[in-house]
Design a protein around this ligand. Structure first.
Ligand SMILES: [Zn+2]
Ligand SMILES: [Zn+2]
Length: 330
């Protein structure tokens, strides 16, 4: 998008008009009284979800006795299950969506011996990020609080550039502490370094009891795609055509030549945030427009609702996070 004023905007939302919005979560475990795929689909559909990424830990994969048929049992015209796993990588836990461990060269026997948080390079994780990215997987660094204040070091890790997203909300960790579960500050530090990385929210549910803090649905993403297929969803995720949420919904996102406009029902605040988390503009209410100066580098928007969503962990108000818009001088 060109403006007359000496800069252009680069946004993942410029081409979303005409696409459908699909709500889904992709960091979900299937231990803790997982009801099975078909009951899980029913639960998801009742919550307005269109897709579910099943991403069990790498060290549990060999224990899962599902047949090919089980994985696909819950697929229907209005619901998609995407296979994947959570890798115990030297960078931290990484969601690999769209591919299973052995497809990415992970050694299943070595992976089975992995202990929580202890990456083992002999499990095949040496070239994992590159291999998975080349295959077409969507890759997200999960609950990255351990990198807080060390964005420079994180961004300098081998193959960091293969990652597509950072979890800035992780419901399972929020149940333990807010500082562990919310990491938009780390995203801001990465953006300030010029990293191209998207923001994600997920429940990381280890239980399927919705009354529990580690249950499903308290964090999700709304993805804009032409069709509800594995390929279309993965492609949109990789291109950042989604926003992250803990219950705040967004009706309209419009990027023009020099502005970002947002309409969101039952919204209390819309904040536009620049370098290192600096608030550039704050609007009350359900509608806001930010006019770019050309000096920002990047701007992202954060929304806050009036109340916690019914599935929130704790009493934090529902929130939503848009992907950053890049401001490129001509
Ligand atoms: Zn994890
Ligand atoms: Zn997890």
């Amino acid at each position: 998008m060109m403006s007359r004023s000496g800069f252009r905007l680069e946004s993942s939302y410029t081409a979303i008009q005409g696409l459908n919005a699909y709500r889904g979560m992709w960091h979900a475990h299937v231990q803790g009284a997982f009801p099975g795929f078909i009951p899980a689909r029913e639960l998801c559909l009742r919550g307005g979800y269109s897709f579910l990424g099943v991403t069990e830990h790498d060290n549990r994969f060999t224990q899962m006795q599902w047949s090919e048929q089980d994985w696909y049992a819950a697929q229907s015209a209005d619901f998609l299950v995407i296979r994947g796993f959570e890798a115990t990588h030297p960078l931290g836990h990484i969601t690999c969506l769209g591919f299973l461990p052995e497809q990415t060269g992970v050694d299943a026997d070595a992976a089975r011996r992995i202990r929580f948080e202890k990456a083992q390079l002999d499990a095949g994780y040496g070239d994992f990020l590159k291999t998975a990215a080349d295959l077409g997987a969507f890759l997200a660094l999960n609950h990255p609080a351990k990198w807080r204040g060390r964005a420079h070091e994180l961004a300098g890790q081998p193959d960091f550039g293969c990652l597509h997203a950072l979890e800035i909300y992780n419901g399972n960790q929020v149940g333990k502490s807010l500082a562990q579960g919310y990491t938009p500050d780390l995203l801001d530090d990465c953006l300030a370094l010029g990293c191209r990385i998207w923001a994600a929210a997920n429940p990381d549910c280890h239980s399927w009891d919705t009354s529990q803090a580690d249950g499903p649905f308290n964090g999700y993403n709304v993805v804009y795609a032409g069709r509800l297929t594995r390929q279309a969803i993965l492609e949109s995720l990789k291109q950042g055509r989604f926003y992250a949420s803990t219950g705040q919904e967004i009706d309209v996102i419009t990027v023009t030549g020099d502005s970002l406009e947002i309409t969101a029902p039952a919204c209390r605040y819309i904040r536009f945030i620049g370098h290192h988390g600096r608030v550039l503009q704050e609007d009350h209410g359900e509608r806001a427009a930010y006019r770019f100066t050309g000096e920002e580098g990047h701007v992202r928007a954060e929304l806050e609702g009036h109340q916690p969503s019914p599935l929130s962990v704790g009493d934090a108000p529902a929130r939503a996070w848009l992907q950053p818009v890049r401001v490129i001088p001509r």
